[in-house]
Design a protein around this ligand. Structure first.
Ligand code: ADP
Ligand code: GLC
Length: 467
């Protein structure tokens, strides 16, 4: 099957969060299963694009209020495990960031250019797989725009990685979308706005979310799209994300300080923990708790300063936080460095290598998310022998079973300070059962969350919509 994934992010080219990881892994696993799966993404100005060579495979023109030139590029040397194509619209997409507060034109240009190229391919794709609202207008344009009629009968799938963000814009900009039968403009609309995510849900042949629990949650909390998801539920399915076990493998991970397997997990994790504690002025004798992520409300980031302060006052532990986002939360966290000097530290910013070292070094990872469509951190943590402490929501609920229920992690019943402090207490108690704790580490490292199974599930889904 010929599959094209359309996405704003793709690891290792551009990653802001889990979307990048998913789109950098799923096609690779689909190709391993014998399919022809490729990615189309915007051409950004970043480290990857500056240090690799590209060739032009197509030059075209698009209209976005005015005519614009664009190019489709591909890598000269590609060892990603999938083919990748870039939409290069110089003044719009080629920026040193992925997202900004003014992205309507950028992602419209991306989607129009990608379709303009796809309709010209000799071999018609078997499926177009869109990811999040940045590509949500593609299923509409494939089925409605005169210019893309060739793709009218091609099945499209949209995956909702995060239903919170929907890409709304006013109807005054609807003329930027290539001509279509205006009687059908309602397909673009939700609450009197053009809503790309809603349009994607209405017009794609299948809708997936990144865990089964999140699919259910969206029917009751989808930032205004609840009724739409209920009425389209016949074509919706939750498919749990996987992880790329060739990138996330403590045995071979080139980022970490000391590699290890289940056999050498104790000394391996100690090597990484010693490094982190030395670097960030923490005590290696104490259990190390980490948080890694975007500092936003969905992740429970506003709770972190209160959680950290409260547990550090009452318990003996070290905490290391890696993340960035809300400026107020960042400031509060920074000031904890003084009040809990020697027990708390953080790195405000994005650092891929440090994230790997922290997964390897830590005893526990905290994820007090209010909303977590899937969550990859807990799966990476498991693979590196780090016990997840999670709120029972979305994908966290689908991947973490509590030790009290013959499981291997710690779940709490709500995203609040009291619940998390209690959970941290349970975690510290768990370390006291040394043999069980060590056995648990080996066990969690062996849980199979690789993409093998879910990549096949997506392929089965594509097959189910072929005519
Ligand atoms: P989300 O996509 O909602 O941010 P996920 O759990 O799906 O959450 O994925 C987050 C990904 O981003 C993981 O690979 C995680 O390690 C990475 N990540 C998040 N914040 C940072 C950071 N500050 N530095 C490095 N990696 C980060
Ligand atoms: C989103 C979600 C996260 C999920 C990721 C990859 O960013 O917030 O939970 O793991 O997408 O699907």
């Amino acid at each position: 099957m010929t599959i094209f994934h359309l996405s704003a992010e793709c690891y290792p080219i551009a990653k802001v969060g889990g979307l990048g990881d998913v789109v950098g892994a799923l096609p690779k696993y689909q190709n391993k299963l014998g399919e022809k799966s490729s990615v189309i993404m915007p051409f950004y100005d970043n480290k990857f694009t500056r240090s690799n060579n590209f060739k032009t495979v197509y030059s075209g023109k698009l209209h976005l209020g005015m005519p614009m030139d664009f190019r489709m590029l591909t890598l000269e040397d590609n060892d990603l495990g999938f083919d990748i194509y870039f939409v290069d619209v110089p003044y719009l997409l080629y920026k040193d960031y992925v997202y900004s507060s003014n992205d309507t034109g950028r992602f419209l240009a991306f989607q129009i250019a990608a379709l303009d190229w796809l309709v010209r391919l000799q071999e018609k794709p078997d499926v177009i797989h869109c990811h999040d609202h940045h590509t949500g207008l593609v299923p509409f344009m494939m089925s409605q725009c005169y210019a893309f009629q060739k793709l009218k009968s091609t099945p499209s799938v949209i995956t909702i990685h995060n239903g919170q963000y929907q890409g709304w814009f006013g109807h005054d900009l609807v003329h930027l979308i290539p001509p279509f039968d205006f009687n059908n403009v309602g397909l673009l609309d939700w609450n009197k706005m053009v809503n790309p995510l809603a349009a994607g849900i209405k017009c794609s042949w299948k809708v997936t979310t990144v865990s089964p629990s999140y699919m259910e949650e969206l029917k009751y909390a989808a930032n205004g799209l609840e009724h739409l998801l209920q009425s389209e539920s016949h074509k919706c399915v939750g498919i749990l994300n996987g992880i790329d076990t060739s990138v996330w493998n403590p045995k071979t991970d080139g980022y970490i300080v000391k590699n290890y397997t289940t056999q050498s997990v104790e000394s391996g994790k100690k090597g990484n923990k010693d490094w982190v504690c030395e670097k960030f002025g923490l005590s290696p004798e104490l259990p190390l708790f980490i948080f890694i992520g975007r500092l936003v409300g969905e992740k429970g980031a506003d709770l972190l300063p209160y959680i950290f302060d409260s547990v550090l006052r009452s318990k003996k532990l070290s905490i290391m936080m890696l993340g960035s986002g809300d400026g107020n939360v960042e400031n509060q966290l920074e000031s904890l460095k003084n009040s809990h000097n020697g027990y708390y530290n953080n790195y405000i910013g994005y650092n891929e290598q440090l994230s790997h070292i922290l997964y390897a070094a830590a005893d526990f990872i905290l994820m007090p998310s209010r909303v977590e469509p899937c969550g990859l951190n807990q799966m990476y943590a498991l693979r590196y022998g780090t016990v997840p402490i999670v709120n029972s929501v979305g994908g966290l609920k689908d991947t973490v079973i509590d030790v009290g229920e013959k499981g291997f992690g710690i779940r709490h019943g709500g995203p609040n300070v009291h619940e998390v402090v209690h959970a941290v207490g349970r975690a510290i108690e768990f370390t006291g059962f040394t043999e069980h704790f060590k056995k648990n580490r080996k066990l969690i490292m062996q849980i199979d969350h690789s993409w093998d199974a879910s990549a096949q599930t997506y392929i089965n889904l594509y097959h189910s919509i072929q005519s």
